[in-house]
Design a protein around this ligand. Sequence first.
Ligand SMILES: C[S@@+](CC[C@H](N)C(=O)[O-])C[C@H]1O[C@@H](n2cnc3c(N)ncnc32)[C@H](O)[C@@H]1O
Length: 334
Amino acid sequence: MNGLDIKIKGVLTDKYTEKDDVPTKGCMCLQTYLVEPHEVWYKKHRVTLINKRSMKDTIKIHETAFVTATYRASNEALSKDKYSTYWKNPKTDKWIKNYVEKVSLKEPFTHCLRNRFFYETIKQLIDNKEIEVLINFGCGFSMYPFLFGKDLINIEIDQKDIINYKRKEVKQLIKEGKLPDREIHYIAKDFNLEKDELEDEIKSIVKGKPSFVLLEGVIFFLSKESTNELIELIGRIQAPGSYFGSVSFLDSIEKTDCFKRLISFFEEEVILNSKFEYLTLPTSYYQSLPSYELIEHEDYVSLSKEFSPTDIVEDGDLILNENMYLLRRKMHYP
Ligand SMILES: C[S@@+](CC[C@H](N)C(=O)[O-])C[C@H]1O[C@@H](n2cnc3c(N)ncnc32)[C@H](O)[C@@H]1O
């Protein structure tokens, strides 16, 4: 080992490369330099080997959108996403193979269940004429706009790289007759940074119409503060009686081996040697939202019973059990 990156709370504070020929095995000691006698306490320090694998084999957080799309393509009959296959590519296939072997073989299956749940829920609300707008926060390469009729107004929001790529590819696929033409408003924004402009832009499209907001596979990557602000924003853009679908992990997932494998995998292969800050939420978080009532709560066990009775999953160390929440915007909200 001749290179050392020192980070505090994931922020690089020093970088050092040893030029001399020093032994690559031995002990590591921590020390500080000060003239006066002093005492130092070290808290929660950890040492991670810098990954020598090529950067081209790793993926960034926003590229997980390719991963979830590819999962849905693994069983189109179950996911009901017949267009997910357009996002498949060799790099993602290779990454998924590595990921499912190291974390959970059930990930493609459970993500098909997740899409199926929201597909059926949104379809029913459209059929009942309860919603007119679908707003997908962190849409990635979800294809809901093309799975429903042309009267639905769609707002797709994600980071710039995803939105620019999706907009370009979708335009081409529509031109080639591979996708039906739909009303889609693309918004490129980072939820952590640009919420004020985001609210005005969405309101100018929604114009008070009843909507379905989807926050699927996103909360895990956001901070608690950002999530609170985002959900407050969602409350302000949704008309009373509108619906909000959200996905998150319960705090108890942290105790499972599967989740521990997921975090190790992310730290070794996605964010490379930084501490991965993720968010889990208790169900009480949703129950206590002042502007919403919780009307349905599912997980992968209940969804597998409903949509795949011949392959029911069990909660435990083999699956990353996510929770799907369906909420309705209250009619009267303080
Ligand atoms: C795992 S993917 C899920 C994509 C899609 N919802 C699905 O279920 O297939 C997570 C998505 O969240 C988006 N995302 C994460 N953090 C974000 C942020 N701060 N601002 C905007 N989008 C973000 C990523 O770019 C990515 O598209």
